[in-house]
Design a protein around this ligand. Structure first.
Ligand code: ASP
Length: 352
């Protein structure tokens, strides 16, 4: 494992993320960092094995994401962030490039692997997006493994919930209030056009006064794979934000915002979901390639750095692949858990 160099190119392979909002170095022990790196490498290994064995990009994305969903280190599946009730309420989506097939689920509370369920929606359901109880009923129909909600709840996420509740009680913004884009007039009240919440401390002190800390949106997971047939598939899975309102849905399951794939590229996002929804980030990257004729790297730079950074709190990042196998990793935070692997099977991972 080594730090990821910028923009490698793979013949076939995959790129993954384990979320932005990484733990600050001061709170990252050697053991914990090693555990993150090992899990990222395991995820890449699972996705690579699927492709090397002749599997599809769908297989690779689901296998890679499942490893991170099962790990309590990441904010997806077991170890998901908790909503204000203390419940793990999970979202996931998957999209395949060649025919724009897509599947998404939101607010599922007992599905062991939400990305697996999203794939079943894509492949076995006439609809693209199922939510809540209906999605859970469909999972049972499909014979998908379930676990009681307590199985997803970890001590670390309970602590993050308590911290977020304490900040809220002190009068700080809840995670789903966001500052306004420069061209939108300020709104009254507490809606998502509000502009008085300031920039989160992405370096991660997380003290009183910070509307968000890395723990609030750490660890969403995603993968984009390019298989030997040249097919691109992207997927994303998350527990969303700590202390989110009951029923809040982020960008991760929203096709075009948190996940998108076409014949040009595949994109999986992580970050402050309300921004990613309002800017249709994943689709915007694809659209810039199509309409402006720019490269994946340039499209990602324009969206993640020029566009989102101009909105002050549009924090986040993406991993992506284009049809030629160029890997793109872009983030505007202190770091992003990430990695990629090509045909050789040597995983490259990075955090800061
Ligand atoms: N984008 C996710 C959400 O807003 C959070 C994350 O990426 O960590 O739900």
């Amino acid at each position: 494992m080594t730090e990821s160099p910028d923009r490698p190119r793979v013949g076939w392979g995959l790129v993954i993320h384990g979320g932005v909002g990484v733990l600050p170095r001061a709170r990252m022990s050697e053991d914990l960092e090693a555990a993150y790196r090992t899990c990222l490498a395991d995820s890449l290994g699972a996705g690579h094995r699927a492709l090397a064995g002749g599997g599809s990009a769908e297989d690779s994305v689901v296998e890679a994401i499942r490893v991170m969903e099962d790990s309590p280190l990441f904010n997806a599946g077991r170890g998901s962030n908790l909503d204000w009730r203390g419940v793990a309420s999970m979202d996931a989506s998957i999209m395949r490039g060649p025919d724009l097939g897509a599947g998404a689920v939101s607010a599922v509370t007992d599905v062991r692997s939400p990305i697996d369920l999203a794939r079943r929606v894509m492949e076995d359901c006439p609809h693209v997006f199922l939510s809540g109880e209906g999605a859970e009923a469909f999972a049972r129909e499909m014979g998908i493994e379930s676990s009681p909600n307590e199985w997803f709840v970890t001590p670390r996420r309970l602590e993050a919930l308590e911290a977020a509740r304490a900040r809220e009680a002190e009068g700080d913004a809840t995670p789903n209030t966001v500052s306004r884009p420069p061209d939108v007039p300020a709104a009254e009240g507490k809606g998502n056009g509000r502009d008085d919440v300031g920039r989160p401390d992405v370096a991660g002190t997380g003290g009183a006064g910070d509307p968000l800390t890395p723990e609030d949106f750490a660890g969403t997971v995603g993968a984009v794979a390019l298989d030997r047939e040249g097919r691109i598939v992207a997927g994303t899975s998350t527990g969303g934000m700590a202390n989110k309102k009951w029923g809040r849905i982020g960008d991760s399951p929203v096709i075009g915002s948190g996940t998108y794939a076409s014949t040009r590229c595949g994109v999986s996002c992580t970050g402050w979901g309300e921004y990613f929804i309002r800017n249709a980030v994943a689709h915007d990257i694809d659209a810039r390639m199509e309409y402006l004729g720019v490269s994946l790297a340039e499209a990602a730079r324009q969206v993640i750095h020029d566009k989102l950074e101009s909105q002050l709190t549009g924090l986040g990042g993406i991993v992506a692949l284009d049809a030629e196998g160029h890997v793109e990793l872009a983030w505007n935070t202190a770091g992003m858990y990430r990695g990629w692997v090509g045909p050789g099977g040597v995983p490259e991972v990075g955090i800061y």
